[in-house]
Every structure is written in C-alpha cells, then in structure tokens.
Design a protein around this ligand. Sequence first.
Ligand SMILES: Nc1ncnc2c1ncn2[C@@H]1O[C@H](COP(=O)(O)OP(=O)(O)OP(=O)(O)O)[C@@H](O)[C@H]1O
Ligand SMILES: [Mg+2]
Length: 256
Amino acid sequence: MTTMNFAPNTTAVAARATQLSKVYGQGETQVVALDNVTVDFVQGQFTAIMGPSGSGKSTLMHCVAGLDTFSAGSVRIGETELGSLKDKQLTQLRRDKIGFIFQAFNLLPTLTALENITLPMDIAGRKADKQWLDKVIEMVGLSGRLSHRPTQLSGGQQQRVAVARALASKPEIIFGDEPTGNLDSRSGAEVLGFLRNSVRELGQTVVMVTHDPVAASYADRVIFLADGRIVDEIHRPTADGVLDRMKAFDAKGRTS
Ligand SMILES: Nc1ncnc2c1ncn2[C@@H]1O[C@H](COP(=O)(O)OP(=O)(O)OP(=O)(O)O)[C@@H](O)[C@H]1O
Ligand SMILES: [Mg+2]
C-alpha cells in the first residue's frame, strides 16, 4: 500500500500531522477512522477538508486541534508537538493558539455579542488588542450589534460572532467543522468571505471541513479524505472542479 504524502516542504507550517492514525474500539467493532495521514497546513493558507460521511474529516480536525487523542503518529501546532504536552499544557495551547468555529455556534446566551467575542481571552486573563478587535468586528460587520444578545441576532449574525470570537485572539490557526452548515446560502457566503478575507488580509491560517463544493471553492486548497486517508487534493479550487472530483470518487466507489 502506498501512502500519499501531502506535506510540501517549503513555507512555514501552522499545523502538521505526520503518519497520524486513529482507531476507535477493538476487535470486531474496531474502526480505523484515520489511516496514516500526513498533511501540512501552511501558514496563511485556507484549506478545506472534504470527503464522504464517515471518511474521517472531523476526526482529523479534532486530532490536529488537540481536542482528541490519536492512536499513532504525531501532531504539531507551530513548533509544539502535542504528544509531548500534559493535559493542562494542551488546554493552554488550545486556548492560546487555536480558534474554533463549530456548526452550533456555542455562544453564551446571557452575554452580549462583544462579551462572547472576547470571552476566550477574558477566561485566559489576556487583554484584547483593541485595534485588532475593532478591525475584526468591522470585517464581520458587527459594529452595530455588539450589545445584542445571541437571541436578538439572526443565525448569520450569530455565526459572525463565532467567527469574530475565533479571530479575536489572533490564533495560530482556526479550525471550523462545517462552520456554514446551518446557514442559508447568503449568510454562508458572507461567513466564508470573512474567513477568506482573514486569510488574505490578516494572514490567518484556516482549516475548514465542508460537504459543499461552493464553500470549498473559497479555500486555497482542498484535500479529499476517503476511508481515513487523504486521496487527493486540488489547489485554487473552483466549485465545478471540486464537484467533478467528487463525482469521480463516487464513480470509482461504485465500480471497485
Ligand atoms: N467516538 C467514536 N467511537 C467509535 N467510532 C467513531 C467515533 N467517532 C467517529 N467514529 C467513526 O470514525 C469514522 C470517522 O468519523 P468522522 O466523524 O471523522 O467522519 P466525518 O468524515 O467527519 O463524517 P461526517 O461527514 O458524517 O461528519 C466513522 O466511521 C465513525 O463511525
Ligand atoms: Mg464530521
């Protein structure tokens, strides 16, 4: 079996998985969710992760983001090997270096939009960089909604709060698991635009799991997972290009 290697060896890496495997359960019920995955997420790049349901997308993201343990291999965020960290250090690294945007926005209902945005930094006892914060808030277009609570905001606005929260602390890398999955196409396009701008204008690194070829087309690069392995990648994707590739996988799946 050949292992495809998708680790370019030039530019600075925000996160790297090396021969990463994740096995759930034992014996008959054993599932190999990740099978020897090696991948780099280069600084200042927007990567989309695609693949059929159950192919290991969330598992890959959770392992690289330090939210889940792995069975073999290694993961690096910046220069730090996750395997070398104690629980407390791992929590700290997640808090300081990683931003998360999930499908469910995870906003606290009793806090205002602004309080939600700065919450991770408040918990960490860090002061927000005011200029940066203003820039992020302006970029996501929330300036007029900062004292609103989540229930007073539309779904798209809530998701923008979640995006601003992820960007606010200038994390080394932002992970999103279907961050636009619950949004209508217009709000989704907005959020994707913000993510892309954060990469282009602010130099942010973003990794996003998605099922949507249009969402994937906002990325600089798409990697495709199947059965826990990276099987392909596209650079500078178009929605049609991504769709064609997905169809090709489907056809292969049916004939093999
Ligand atoms: N906690 C768990 N215990 C056992 N098996 C699991 C667990 N979590 C995931 N799996 C299995 O690992 C495989 C990969 O799951 P994962 O959630 O990474 O897929 P995914 O690509 O994110 O799918 P989806 O597109 O449906 O979200 C699946 O076969 C799944 O059943
Ligand atoms: Mg998933």
